[in-house]
Ligand binder design. Sequence first.
Ligand code: AMP
Ligand code: GLY
Length: 430
Amino acid sequence: MNILVLGSGGREHALCWKLAQSAAIQEQGGTLFAAPGNPGMAECATLVTLDASDHAAVVAFCKERAIGLVVIGPEAPLVDGLGDTLSAANIPVFGPGKEAAQLEGSKAFTKEMCDRANIPTAGYVRCTTLEQAKQALSTFAPPFVLKADGLAAGKGVVIAESSDHAKEALEDMFGGKFGEAGAEVVIEEFMHGEEASFFALTDGETVVPFGTAQDHKRVGDGDTGPNTGGMGAYSPARVLDETLVAETLERIVFPTVRQMRKHGHPYKGVLYAGLMLTNEGVKLVEYNARFGDPECQVLMMRLKGDLAEYMLACAKGSLADMPEPEFADDTAMTVVMAAKGYPGTPEKGGAIHLGHSEASGAKVFHAGTTMDGEQLVASGGRVLNVTAMGRDTKAARDATYAAVSAVEFPSGFYRTDIGHREIGRELEQG
Ligand code: AMP
Ligand code: GLY
């Protein structure tokens, strides 16, 4: 079976790395394609030039190359309905259709779904005008959580400490700072607690847990500075213990999948639940309709089974026939090496030498890299995801940072404390 992965970041490199190990590629002579991919992905996939927003071109490529599975990595093509176009052309696709992808594409859609299914989440109001939003602020206590309704590349959420700051942020949102995404704004109650990510695979009916992880969203050590797409992650997130996973499935994930089916838009693919572990139990922060980046990198390091088979089962509605996915007991960690300036304007073109970074079993996934002649250089904000395993989080950290030290990337930087919460708990427990 030939497989096509769409995307070009660290998440898609990790997916390609794992898919390249599947029986479809290793034993059955299938070819793995990636579009547009990156220099790291070129080591395990054939790169092709394809624009995911040109649906006709994607379908034509799939027909010409007899693609048996398309994996859509990022959210934009999902929300744009590429999944529906592929399904209509009888091409199996891993990822939800346009309506189901609204779970990520619209904060208001998700909040209303939570209301209908009685899913625990922060209280909220939807606002369509600046005046209405400013008035609604008085019904919340600081810190104020303000969210542009639509996709805003992870930048559409503002947590404002004062009502003056909140009003300024609302003016920006309604003033078009996030484009169309800010035409509607959701104001939410602030939830206190620790955040963790939970992943589930579903074919619209059957749901199977697919691992846990914890991301580090702030740019600086000690969780300081502006929000980013994620500066590092580890898996499993043991803070989401068996009881909390069961609660997450029962109260959040199962009701969501049921609701989507009931409304005629079954959700297929990976459902990524961003959770807050509060004193009142697990609450949903947000849904994403795709794997997390960089959470995917650590999940793929730990996954034991054949990823292509699970993805195909999600696409074809046969997940109930598959064994439960299995993950290594060990912890995987990934550290994001970013270009100086990120999450503002990153320095482009900085030279990268990977040296012996992969010598001890670590894997360096490429995110924002490109070739400048023979030289690997930085081309984006998040540049490399250095990933390694260990028997616990501390051992995974030691292995990962040893690999990070072997990378020469003078115009880059990274956080030095990925996993600090969990390592603190491990040290306490002795
Ligand atoms: P989101 O894009 O909805 O995940 O929001 C980005 C980040 O903002 C989350 O990862 C949380 O750290 C924070 N956040 C979002 N909503 C809330 C909330 N209601 N209470 C506290 N923190 C929140
Ligand atoms: N790492 C956060 C995300 O992928 O949304």
